[in-house]
Ligand binder design. Structure first.
Ligand SMILES: Nc1ncnc2c1ncn2[C@@H]1O[C@H](COP(=O)(O)OP(=O)(O)OP(=O)(O)O)[C@@H](O)[C@H]1O
Length: 584
């Protein structure tokens, strides 16, 4: 029997101490390899000895909460986590049951599922290809509009099935969109376990992919009136995926955008891409993505049909059923991430597009290392764009009359999270930025940091030194508590919410006092010049939000480059850059 999925193999070799061993038997299925590890599950290539075909099996395995102690059995690490583990398990099964009902070429098919060994398993087709996140590394320039439209149509069609069944996806990201080597792109999972683990009881953590989650997902747990979620929420995430794919960079989190929207407008991205790469996007395409990226839910297209209409897309793109994503990338495709980088360098093209509005700095923030203190670190494995959001205990339901101001406060709560994220990101992810010419186009672009061949030495110059000079710290939001008000648990698979109220302006926090201009003081003529102040001294007056950036800026001064604080900051930066370059 021919098996169209037989050749599928992991794009990168994966290993995990808690993975099932090769050769393990789960009934008629024999484990052949580990394909991928998510925060909440492991996916294996397996052989079905009954039907004689290769399949993929996903095992519920939240490594932060459970371990494999004996044979195939899972054991919860700490009794305190039992309830959380069980909630995730129940949602995993619920998701499997839901997906098993659907039969759509772009929605992962579940052949069967069952519970055993204190966990559960989901059997799926073994797709051949790689995730959009992995595929982007093989592109020397942004993909064409025609290519993106094929991916979008497939995902939107799958989303339509979910929305029509009163279910939201809530977890769309480049690593959940799977590009088959020949066939339509597939939406891999619903992230139900992720959301259930975030909310098994009333005092919990929300776990979000911060670069793609719309602002309303930060407020969903609140016992106060939440910002409404609906198809517009999935559309935001999908538009963020497009923005990120074109820029080859993760988009700014909605929480940061709610404070002050520094994300490069999509229209400007399109202009820059045209100029730098010669890749053009139509007005309709740009308008639809721009609208779906609105921070305020009410300003986005409210349904998939509205989005498609904005995009002037009424019929499926031709050849979607046999979409060969590599071939259709044309000259953008390279056979390896390294050659994609080299080709871009040879053609004097950047691999990543970064720009910012005139007079403002664009900061490439990496939230990968940010976790709530109490969150077990293993939950982040392979999920650099996930963040744990601290939440407090549920409040009583609000009166309707108070909902407006409460919704506003929720945005502020989310914004407070952003403040913390900003502070952490200042340490971990400050990257080069681009200057913008008066025509609104990026005039410089930054390449991703290249991992040093050897261990960094303290005297090594910071990799971003030249361009960072242009950086001006953003006005910091006033310090605010980082906890987002919390609530009662919600169903693991989010039911569709009511249409949002007409757009209400997201409150803009008062800008922090502008730093005073330095006053020229005559230099002392007799006393020798004092030794340069250390970065910590120089930033003594900075608050917890502005301090990391202040220290970073101080460390750009040549006199301080070998100061221990700067050496440590640089070491962290470089370790992070290496970690990122190694992640698939
Ligand atoms: N049916 C499949 N065929 C081939 N590879 C797959 C399949 N399903 C998943 N994978 C691979 O396994 C990886 C992890 O899968 P998946 O994203 O479903 O895990 P997860 O635990 O749900 O992660 P997340 O944290 O995103 O919820 C994917 O990135 C993909 O590379």
């Amino acid at each position: 029997m021919t098996d169209p999925f037989a050749a599928a193999a992991p794009a990168v070799s994966v290993d995990h101490v808690d993975a099932l061993p090769v050769g393990a038997r789960l009934g008629e299925f024999e484990i052949l390899a580990l394909l991928g590890v998510g925060g909440f599950g492991m996916v294996y290539k397996a052989f079905d000895h009954s039907l004689h075909r290769h399949v993929a099996i996903k095992e519920y395995m939240p490594a932060a909460l459970a371990a494999r102690v004996q044979g195939l059995q899972l054991s919860v690490r700490a009794s305190a986590d039992l309830q959380t583990f069980q909630a995730g398990l129940a949602s995993f099964v619920e998701e499997a049951r839901l997906l098993a009902q659907f039969d759509h070429p772009s929605l992962v098919k579940v052949f069967r599922f069952w519970e055993a060994n204190n966990t559960a398993y989901m059997v799926m087709p073994l797709y051949q290809g790689m995730t959009l996140k992995q595929a982007r590394a093989f592109m020397r320039k942004p993909p064409s509009e025609a290519w993106l439209r094929k991916v979008l149509w497939a995902v939107l069609d799958a989303l339509r099935v979910l929305h029509e069944n009163d279910t939201l996806h809530r977890d769309i990201s480049p690593d959940n969109i799977f590009l088959q080597d020949a066939g339509p792109p597939v939406l891999l999972d619903l992230g139900a376990a992720r959301h259930a683990i975030s909310a098994p009881a009333a005092q919990l953590t929300a776990i979000l992919k911060v670069n793609y989650a719309p602002i309303e997902q930060y407020t969903q747990e609140s016992g106060e009136a939440p910002l409404p979620q609906g198809p517009w929420s999935d559309l935001y995430a999908l538009a963020a995926v497009v923005h990120g794919c074109i820029c080859n960079d993760t988009p700014l989190p909605a929480t940061l955008r709610a404070i002050r929207d520094r994300m490069v407008r999509f229209a400007r991205v399109a202009r820059t891409v045209k100029r730098q790469f010669g890749v053009e996007y139509s007005d309709a395409f740009v308008a639809a993505i721009s609208q779906a990226l609105e921070v305020q839910p009410g300003k986005r297209p409210q349904s998939i049909d509205a989005f498609l209409a904005r995009m002037e897309m009424q019929v499926p793109p031709e050849g979607l059923a046999h979409f060969d994503w590599k071939a259709e990338l044309g000259s953008a495709w390279e056979s390896s991430p390294e050659s994609a980088q080299e080709a871009a360098a040879d053609a004097d093209l950047p691999t990543r597009l970064m720009e910012h509005p005139a007079g403002e700095a664009a900061v490439d923030l990496d939230f990968g290392a940010m976790h709530r203190d109490a969150a077990p670190p293993a939950a982040s494995d392979g999920h650099g764009d996930t963040v744990f959001v601290a939440e407090t205990v549920a409040a009583p339901p609000p009166r309707i009359a108070q909902q407006r101001s409460r919704a506003r406060r929720q945005v502020w709560g989310a914004a407070a999270l952003a403040g913390l994220a900003l502070a952490v990101a200042g340490w971990w992810g400050l990257r080069p930025m681009a200057a913008v010419s008066s025509d609104g186009l990026a005039t410089q672009v930054a390449e991703p940091p290249v991992p040093p061949a050897e261990a960094p030495t303290p005297a090594a110059p910071a990799p971003t030194e030249e361009i960072i000079e242009e950086y001006e710290p953003a006005p910091a939001p006033a310090p605010a508590p980082v906890a987002v008000a919390a609530s009662a648990p919600r169903p693991a698979l989010q039911r569709r919410a009511a249409r949002p109220a007409p757009a209400e302006p997201v409150p803009t926090p008062p800008p922090a006092a502008a730093p005073e201009k330095p006053v020229a003081v005559p230099a002392p003529t007799v006393k020798p010049a004092p030794p340069p102040r250390g970065p910590e001294e120089a930033c003594a007056d900075a608050n917890f939000l502005t301090r990391p950036m202040c220290i970073h800026n101080e460390c750009q001064k040549p006199a301080l480059s070998s100061h221990p604080v700067c050496v440590e900051a640089r070491r962290r930066y470089e370790a992070d850059a290496r970690r990122q370059s190694m992640s698939p």
